[in-house]
Design a protein around this ligand. Structure first.
Ligand code: AHR
Length: 631
C-alpha cells in the first residue's frame, strides 16, 4: 500500500530541474553536433596536414610528377596557416580530406562546399572537387572556375548519388601553377533550422525532445584545459568562424586506452551558437567559465591571485555579451552576430570540478565582482569530483559559510551506489546552498573504464536515484547526465547519453529515463509514502509524485528494481483524482540489454486506462520505471 497525499508541500519543482550538459568530448562538437564535415579545414592542427592526404605526392620535396602542398604561416592572424598548392601535373595531383572517421553523406540531400582561394601564379583555371565512396567511386562532383587575383571565397553544391558513411573529399585542379587555399569546408544544407554552417539536425532533435530546462556548456574539463593557456576562452569563439583560433582539444589524448590525437576544437560551435542552441531548446543557458585553475587531473596549474582579473573580467563581459544591449561593447558584438535581443542569461558557473582552498579563494573574487555588477545572476560553484570525499566536504562547508547559491556535485559511480543513494538529499540542509547535480552516470564496470555500457541496469539505477532528486526538489534545483554525446568511432569516455556515427544516432536507455523524468517534471512535489516513509529502496521500490499545474493532473514515477513484478495499491488522500490514467513503462528483457544503431530495444511503451474511484491498483513490472499520469 502506498499513500499519495494531495495536500500541498509547497515544494516547487524548478523549471531547470532536468537539463543537459554539453561538452566537446567524444567528438560531440567537432565531428558531431557541429555539422562541418571536413576535419582540419584550415590546416591549424599542430600537424597541419592531419586529416589531409596527397595520394600521388610521394615526397615532400617538389614532386615533378604531380604537385605538392606546403603550409604558409602568417603569425599576425588568429587562423594563421593556409595551404600553398603547387600543381605540376594536373592529371595526377590529388588532395584528399578524410573527414571525421569518414564523411557521412545522405543520398537526396545537398551539401555546401566552400573554400577560400588565392590564385598566385600559373594558369590554374578550375578547382574540381569530388566526393568519393569507400571504394573510390565518385558519387558527386563539382567544378569551380577560378577568378584572378587576391583571396576569394568560392561556393558549390554537391548532390551525392548514394548514401555513404565514410566518404572522402578529393580535390584536383585544371591547369598548372600555384594557388593558396584555406577554410575548405563542407556542410549539409539540411541542418537544424536550416542554418548555414549549422548543427546536425538529428542530434539537436534528440536534445529538443528532452525538453531540457537548461543547457550547461562548454564542459567539463574542457573549460579548465590541461594548462591555463589551453583553457576554454569564450571570447576566442565568437565573431567570424574563419577568425576563431583553433585549439587542441583537452580530450585529444583521451585516456591511454582511447587515443584520439586528431581531436581539435574549431569553435565553429562557439558561445554565440551555444546561446542560440539554448534558446532553440527553450533551455536556460548555463555557461561555465575557467576560475584560473587548470584541470586538476592534468597540470593543476594555478593563476596567481594578483593575475586573476582577466578571468573575472571574462565572466563580467560574458554577461554583457549575453544580456547587454547594442550600446554596450559586448552586446554590440552579439547584435552584429545577428541576435539583437538579449539571451536573458540568468546563471553562470565559476570553475568545473575544482576544490580546496585554492578554489574557494578564487571563487570569492568572482562572486564579489559578479554580484556587485549583476546581483540577479545566480552563480554555480563547484564541489570537486567525488561525492563525500575529504575535499568535497571541505568545499561544501566553506561554500555554506559563504552563502553560495548553487553547488555543482558530480558523481560517476556503480549502479548499486545510485540505488543506495536515492535518499541522499533527504539529509541535506534545507537552509544551505541549492544543489546542481551537474554530472552523473552509473558506470557498469567502473569510472573511466572503456568497457562501460549504457545497459538497462545503469539506466534503471539512475531512475531509482532520480526519484530522490525529484522528491528533494526544495534542495535540488538542477540535474544533468554526463557525458551527453559520443561518436561510435571517436570516443574517449563511456557511458554516454546519445551515441552517433556519421549517418545516424540512437538513444540509450539512460536517455529515455532522462526524457521520461524531464517530460513529466510537474510543478510541485507531493508526498508518496509507504508506512509514512518515502520509498528509497524498501522492497526494491522507489517513488516520487508531483502535481502538474499545466494540466491539473498528478504524475507518479515508480521504479521497481526487483526481479519480480509488484502489485501496488495507491491510496489517494486529500485529493480527488481524475479518471484518465496514462501508464508509461520503460523496461528491458534483461539488465544487460542495450540499445544500438540497429535496434532501440528499450523504449517507453504507453497505454491508457480508465480509473475507478478509490485506490489505484497497478502492476509494476520487474525491473522497470513506470510513469502514471492521472487527470
Ligand atoms: O564528463 C566527463 C568529465 O567528467 C568532465 O569533463 C569532467 O567534469 C568530469 O570529470
Amino acid at each position: 500500500f502506498l499513500d499519495l497525499d494531495g495536500a500541498s508541500t509547497n515544494i516547487k519543482i524548478q523549471p531547470t530541474m532536468y537539463g543537459i550538459f554539453f561538452e566537446d568530448i567524444n567528438f560531440a562538437a567537432d565531428g558531431g553536433l557541429y555539422a562541418e564535415l571536413i576535419k582540419n579545414r584550415s590546416f591549424e592542427f599542430d600537424e597541419p596536414l592531419t586529416g589531409w592526404k596527397q595520394p600521388n605526392t610521394k615526397t615532400l620535396s617538389p614532386n615533378l610528377d604531380s604537385g605538392f602542398l606546403t603550409i604558409i604561416t602568417d603569425k599576425s592572424k588568429t587562423n594563421k596557416n593556409y595551404a600553398r598548392i603547387t600543381v605540376w601535373n594536373d592529371k595526377s595531383y590529388l588532395l584528399e580530406n578524410e573527414g571525421f572517421r569518414g564523411i557521412g553523406l545522405h543520398q537526396g540531400e545537398k551539401y555546401d562546399l566552400s573554400f577560400n582561394l588565392e590564385n598566385v601564379s600559373g594558369n590554374i583555371s578550375a578547382v574540381n572537387t569530388n566526393l568519393i565512396d569507400e571504394n573510390g567511386t565518385v558519387i558527386s562532383s563539382v567544378s569551380t572556375i577560378i577568378k584572378g587575383g587576391g583571396w576569394q571565397k568560392y561556393n558549390a553544391v554537391f548532390a551525392p548519388s548514394k548514401t555513404v558513411e565514410k566518404a572522402r573529399l578529393q580535390i584536383t585542379f585544371t591547369g598548372k601553377g600555384i594557388v593558396n587555399m584555406d577554410m575548405i569546408s563542407l556542410f549539409p544544407q539540411d541542418t537544424w533550422k536550416g542554418r548555414k554552417g549549422g548543427l546536425r539536425k538529428d542530434l539537436v532533435q534528440k536534445l529538443y525532445d528532452l525538453q531540457p530546462g537548461f543547457l550547461r556548456f562548454p564542459g567539463g574539463c574542457i573549460v579548465e584545459g590541461r594548462t591555463l593557456a589551453e583553457r576554454y576562452q569564450w571570447k576566442k569563439t565568437i565573431g567570424k568562424v574563419e577568425d576563431r583560433e583553433n585549439l587542441i582539444n583537452k580530450w585529444n589524448n583521451g585516456f591511454a586506452h582511447r587515443l584520439t590525437p586528431d581531436y581539435w576544437q574549431s569553435f565553429g560551435l562557439g558561445f554565440f551558437e551555444y546561446f542560440q542552441l539554448a534558446e532553440d531548446l527553450g533551455a536556460e543557458p548555463l555557461p561555465i567559465l575557467s576560475c584560473g585553475m587548470a584541470c586538476q587531473f592534468n597540470t593543476a596549474e594555478l593563476v596567481k591571485m594578483e593575475d586573476l582579473d582577466p578571468y573575472v573580467q571574462d565572466a563580467l563581459d560574458l554577461i554583457e555579451f549575453a544580456n547587454g544591449d547594442s550600446n554596450t561593447k559586448w552586446g554590440k558584438i552579439r547584435t552584429e552576430m545577428g541576435h539583437p535581443l538579449s539571451f536573458n542569461m540568468k546563471f553562470i558557473g565559476v570553475g568545473n570540478e575544482q576544490w580546496g582552498a585554492d578554489y574557494i579563494e578564487r571563487y570569492k573574487v568572482f562572486e564579489k565582482a559578479i554580484h556587485a555588477k549583476y546581483p540577479d545572476i545566480k552563480i554555480i560553484s563547484g564541489s570537486g569530483p567525488s561525492p563525500d570525499g575529504e575535499f568535497f566536504d571541505y568545499g561544501w562547508k566553506e561554500l555554506k559559510k559563504l552563502n553560495a547559491q548553487i553547488v555543482d556535485e558530480h558523481y560517476y559511480n556503480s549502479p548499486e551506489w545510485f540505488m543506495k543513494n536515492a535518499g541522499r538529499y533527504d539529509k541535506y540542509d534545507r537552509s544551505g546552498p541549492k544543489v546542481f547535480a551537474g554530472e552523473y552516470a552509473a558506470q557498469s564496470v567502473g569510472v573511466v573504464k572503456p568497457d562501460n555500457k549504457n545497459n538497462w541496469l545503469t539506466a534503471l539505477s539512475e531512475a531509482a536515484f532520480m526519484t530522490g532528486l525529484e522528491r528533494n526538489a526544495d534542495v535540488v534545483y538542477m540535474t544533468s547526465y554526463a557525458p551527453l554525446f559520443a561518436h561510435a568511432e571517436g570516443w574517449q569516455w563511456t557511458p554516454d547519453l546519445i551515441w552517433f556515427n556519421n549517418l545516424k544516432s540512437y538513444a540509450t536507455p539512460n536517455y529515455y529515463v532522462q526524457k521520461l523524468f524531464s517530460n513529466n517534471r510537474g510543478t510541485e512535489v507531493l508526498n508518496i509514502t509507504e508506512n509514512g516513509k518515502p520509498l528509497t529502496g524498501q522492497d526494491d521500490l522507489y517513488a516520487t509524485a508531483v502535481k502538474d499545474e499545466s494540466n491539473k493532473g498528478i504524475i507518479i514515477k515508480i521504479v521497481n528494481t526487483d526481479s519480480g513484478s509488484k502489485s501496488l495499491a495507491i491510496n489517494p488522500k486529500n485529493i480527488s483524482l481524475g479518471k484518465n490514467l496514462t501508464k508509461i513503462i520503460l523496461t528491458a528483457p534483461q539488465l544487460s540489454t542495450e540499445n544500438s544503431f540497429e535496434n532501440e530495444v528499450i523504449q517507453p511503451k504507453e497505454e491508457t486506462l480508465s480509473l475507478k474511484k478509490g485506490n489505484i491498483k497497478i502492476d509494476i513490472p520487474a525491473q522497470s520505471l513506470v510513469i502514471l499520469k492521472i487527470n
